[in-house]
Ligand binder design. Structure first.
Ligand code: MN
Length: 750
């Protein structure tokens, strides 16, 4: 951004020096409540900066020092920051661009100023074009907030001034800086509660990225100004009179939407300017002592709604519960006499200042105890993290983010678009956030170019690309992966639809079978079957029939034994008991047997990770010291050891027949690598009706292909089917159950 002074001829150095001094005096005048100490420090910073930048000029030709002075002034006037921030703003470009070192800064201004300058120097001026690098830098930037919140505030002031003076830059640079401002800095300003800076940044970004759009909207706004003002005057008049009558000291502002927010609305709703331009907010700012803020705001609300009908679902009380970033205000939307909705924001002078200048303004208001403690807690959280010496940089960012943005995380689409999700969200939440169809068809995602399963939890700054398959469908298990209400609700409704459709198929199958066997289709007969197969509901019975989980060939035998289906009354408890004995001949009622799928009180069991048993496998239970009972396959690599050396801790186990839940099974596929093999395999999974992929990894070495897939299946039959299909793929040599290595060696944990 600098050029050597000698390139600019005919400059009146003396005149320039005077102008620079004037600019600095202007800065000092803007800085209220400064001590002599503060003034001395600010003056020293100015002297150092003037000297350091003395040979530098901005692209516009003006002396470079104007830029740090302007940045410092933004910090004072638009953010409400104090002497330390002013000092740092004046020095912000010295270490990066001049001979001044961080050590010099520390010697002259102390360690606090050094820390902030260091943070500022670490944030690159222009980010790389590569979108994922941008995300990476975004993370770095968040990291620097943790050193001192002023780092980010000064950086934003710096960016704002650069945007205001962007006109003298090269066109291609303008575009780049503008787009970066839009997706990195404006959201950041928003997050910190700097709403007016945010909208100015957005407007400036739009002005450079879409100059025609910008000037068109700007002109339209100018030409409709009179109509708008007339409307506002009429709308505000009765409120004004009533408030004056009640003796309030107040200010009413009616602000038109910014150019960029009009443009956003036009785009989002696909509507012309004419339908957007006259949507504006009226703000009533009341000057009142802290203890009267809340009652006064509500009193004013009551006065407004005496004149205009409010929309009941658009009342927002951020006075009782302020937003995380400190924003407080009472919002309502009322109907004007001309039939137009108008948003009215009611707040105190103090609240308005915080809303405009963000968190920094909190410093000024320490009267209110609760406020102070809230802000202090926030600062303390940052301090706590700083004092954690073991944390490496990345953990640190994540931890910090979790505390500061407690409920939100920021991720990017492949195009670099920023999306906000609740903390703990998975790729499924993200997919449903984009579109229901994308959620329903999601089979996985690439996060920062790495393939991850559906359950992957997103981290701040992740960039992700959702992978879909037209054959994918939501699964029960998905409900455990998602945390956003939207995703949950979408999955549930898809599942219900799906279940109903499948149950309908099952019902039709049963009707056909009844016909074949000459069995009457009556409610009694269906209820009999429901009980016979121990089903919790008729829908469940139909569902399982459709899934092939209930063998209807048995119908004939059942009928022959009981004669019930054809109406012969032979109900007899003993035959029923007898039957149950036949179906479960091996029930071992003794204590050392476990039936998997049954809810045992006080007995915890889980599937061993080494062999991932699924229903149909021959299994046994092993009693661990601290993790309850683990179920292993009889042919688990660990089984021999456990059964021979620790057989006193082994118990019999078997599957409960009605247990129809999805379980993890791991498959290894070996073969000759050829083009399209991976594709073919994933295609099989995605086309397979009931198979959900949990994780997948492929490796190729010297042409040998080694694929490891974890899938969710119901039982061994289900798994076998899938494995047979893999075997038929060209190039595949061997398909086996894969015993994961993690638990390979029997430890106490087995
Ligand atoms: Mn700068």
């Amino acid at each position: 951004m600098s050029k050597v002074a000698s390139e600019f001829q005919d400059i009146d150095i003396e005149k320039e020096r005077k102008e620079i001094l004037n600019a600095f005096k202007g800065l000092l005048r803007a800085t209220k409540d400064r001590s002599r100490e503060d003034t001395r420090m600010i003056r020293k910073a100015f002297d150092v900066a003037v000297e350091a930048h003395k040979d530098m000029r901005r692209k516009s030709g003006e002396p470079y020092i104007y830029h740090p002075i302007a940045v410092a002034r933004i910090c004072v006037e638009e953010m409400g920051l104090g002497a330390t921030a002013i000092t740092c703003a004046l020095l912000h470009d010295t270490v990066e661009d001049t001979h001044i070192t961080l050590e010099d800064v520390e010697d002259l201004f102390g360690s606090k100023v050094r820390l902030i300058i260091d943070g500022l120097t670490k944030i690159p001026e222009v980010f790389d074009e590569n979108a994922s690098i941008q995300a990476e830098n975004f993370r770095k930037m968040i990291l620097t907030i943790s050193d001192d919140i002023r780092v980010v505030l000064i950086k934003l002031a710096d960016r704002l001034h650069n945007m205001r003076t962007l006109g003298s830059m090269r066109a291609d640079k303008q575009l780049k800086i503008a787009s970066e401002t839009k997706f990195l800095y404006a959201p950041l300003a928003h997050r910190l509660g700097l709403y007016s800076i945010k909208s100015e940044l957005e407007d400036l970004a739009l002005m450079y990225s879409e100059p025609e759009v910008y000037s068109k909207i700007e002109n339209s706004l100018k030409s409709t100004k009179d109509v708008r003002n007339r409307f506002i005057r009429r709308f505000v008049q009765p409120i004004k009179e009533a408030l004056q009558f009640e003796g309030y000291v107040f200010d009413i502002k009616a602000r038109t939407k910014s150019v960029s927010s009009i443009w956003r609305k036009m785009n989002a709703k696909g509507i012309p300017f004419e339908e957007v331009y006259d949507i504006f907010a009226v703000r009533i700012i009341v000057d009142t002592p802290t203890e009267l803020e809340k009652p006064d705001c509500w009193r004013i609300y009551s006065i407004i709604t005496d004149f205009y009908q409010p929309s009941p679902d658009r009342l927002r009380d951020w006075i009782s519960t302020p937003r995380a970033n400190g924003y407080e205000s009472l919002h309502t939307t009322v109907m004007s006499p001309t039939g137009k909705w108008v948003e009215v924001q009611i707040r105190s002078k103090r609240m308005d200042e915080i809303a405009e200048k963000g968190l920094a303004a909190h410093y000024k208001y320490k009267e209110s105890k609760s406020e102070e403690s809230k802000f202090d807690r926030w600062i303390t959280e940052i301090r706590d993290l700083l004092e954690n010496p073991d944390a490496n940089a990345l953990d640190f960012v994540n931890e910090f983010k979790a505390n500061l943005f407690a409920d939100e995380i920021y991720v990017f689409t492949p195009k670099g678009e920023l999306r906000v999700l609740p903390n703990g969200a998975t790729i499924l939440d993200f997919a449903y956030d984009i579109h229901t169809d994308i959620g329903d068809k999601c089979i996985g995602a690439k996060v920062n170019n790495r393939l991850v399963p559906l359950s992957y939890q997103l981290l701040n700054g992740d960039q992700l690309e959702i992978i879909t398959s037209s054959k994918q469908k939501p699964h029960d298990e998905w409900l455990r992966f998602v945390i956003s209400a939207r995703a949950k609700q979408k999955i549930k409704s898809s599942l219900n639809e799906e279940r109903k459709t499948i149950a309908q198929d099952g019902k039709e199958i049963l009707e056909r079978k009844f016909k074949q066997h000459n069995i009457r289709l009556t409610a009694e007969n269906i209820t009999f079957l429901e009980k016979y197969f121990s089903m919790p509901s008729v829908t469940e019975l139909y569902f399982r029939i459709a899934k092939g989980k209930i063998d209807l060939i048995k119908l004939r035998d059942i009928d022959a034994v009981h004669g019930i289906l054809n109406g012969e009354k032979k109900t007899n408890n003993s035959t029923k008991d007898k039957h149950e004995k036949d179906v479960y001949p091996k029930i071992n009622k003794s204590e050392d047997s476990i039936i998997i799928g049954e809810d045992f009180k006080n007995i915890q069991y889980q599937m061993a990770k080494c062999c991932n048993p699924i229903p149909g496998d021959l299994v046994f239970g092993f009693i661990t010291i601290s993790e309850g009972i683990k179920i292993h396959r009889n042919n688990c690599p660990n089984a021999e050891h456990l059964l021979s050396k620790m057989n006193y801790r082994c118990i019999k186990a078997r599957w409960q027949s009605k247990d129809l839940v999805e379980r993890v099974a791991a498959i290894q596929i070996m073969g000759i690598d050829n083009i399209g093999l991976v594709n073919r395999l994933t295609e099989i999974i995605s086309k397979e009706h009931n198979v959900n992929m949990k994780s997948i990894s492929f490796e190729t070495e010297d042409g040998i292909f080694d694929g490891r897939i974890k899938v969710l299946v119901y039982d061994t039959d289900h798994l076998e089917q899938l494995m047979r299909k893999f075997e038929q793929v060209d190039g595949v040599q061997r398909v086996t159950r894969w015993d994961t290595e993690e638990d390979q060696h029997p430890q106490e944990s087995h």
